[in-house]
Ligand binder design. Sequence first.
Ligand SMILES: [Mg+2]
Length: 442
Amino acid sequence: MSGPDRNDRMSAPEDTDRGQTAIRPVVFHVDLDAFYASVEVRDNPSLRGKPVIVGAAPGRRGVVSACSYEARRFGIHSAMPISQAYRRCPQGVYLPVRMDRYLEVSRAVMDILRRYTPHLQQISVDEAFLDLTGTERLFGPPLETGRRLKEEVRAATGLSVSVGIAPNKYMAKLATNAGKPDGLVQVTEDQTESFLDGLALKDLWGIGEKTLQRLTELNITTVAGLRTIPKADLARLMGPGAAGFLGNAAHGGDPGIFSEEPHSRSLSSETTFETDRKDRLGIERTLLDLCHQVTFRMIEEGWKSKTVGLKLRFHDFTTLSVQRTLKHWVSSAEELYAVARELLGSRWNGSTPVRLIGIGFSNLVSVEAQDQMELFTDEFTRQKKVEEAVFRIRRKLGETTLTKASLMESERRRRERRASRPPNGAPAGQPDPPADGPTGEP
Ligand SMILES: [Mg+2]
């Protein structure tokens, strides 16, 4: 699902011709609970009920990538330095990140979700939006659909998901968060304001620490309070970027955090931190995860690219993007990460709080199945395959084509020789230049 049409559909109700039954937008947000840790427990049931921490090894530099709810009781959360987590919970089970495995499970879950709608927007390895507008007759009431979807994911993968249902993506995300873990929360249009008023300002997903601080200084401490501030005043007090975000969020609108890529020939993954961050390790860890996700999607969807783009949004909503085009196709997440880190280093001073980070490919080119296999092979094998392919093409085209080509070539040379012949008719005396060998990429 892409393009402005879909976004419109997700935010504005549509009336049928007769105007009797309005089709209201129904957006599901689906989020796997404590995903990495849950996969580890599923693969090793003896870990059930234990504080499981996935991330860097204790005693090394690095952060917590994910942890089980049992670990959260010790005050551990993702992005916390691993040393701090270890101090809080030395008896925890510390495991390394197995991204390949998580991606495999993620794919199985997304396949289930896709049975409900082709209009699926995967926003991270464990989260997706589903546009289920107008599917009520097919699937029943949204809450019932949500229940069934949760059961199906659990039966197939043993994992629990939280589901939020609302008229737009942002509200659906808030509904999911309100029900976590194993939640199922629907917020209808009529319930939007009362639902929001039950949240703390910090629960407005994506609100930064600085923004919260500023609001507190202005004596704005509740969502209801925020809603009473006129748009123009909010813009004057907070700056236009933050004001737009806050105004939308407080009114149950969609601030557009999860808007889709406008161009079909690019692919990206991004994360908005729940609180602004400036710890390099944590930011780089997130960047690495994003690199894995976006590379995985690119290969899955049959694309290749040489152009890498990094997007950064800082605490004050200033946003910048930087691109680099490589000489070769990017073939692995590690390679992408190496470029991404350099781009980050070129645009971030290491101290400005970061609100959002994203990485993506643009100028995507479709790959043939043949090429796709080659993405995974080493240079030697690749070269061998290229030679084989050239050989096959030669055989397939047969002598005729090749002969035709070489005839045309010698005909061209004959004409050139004739043209360069001196007026006295003597031969130019120049031997034919060697024909160009095969060039370019396979
Ligand atoms: Mg999750």
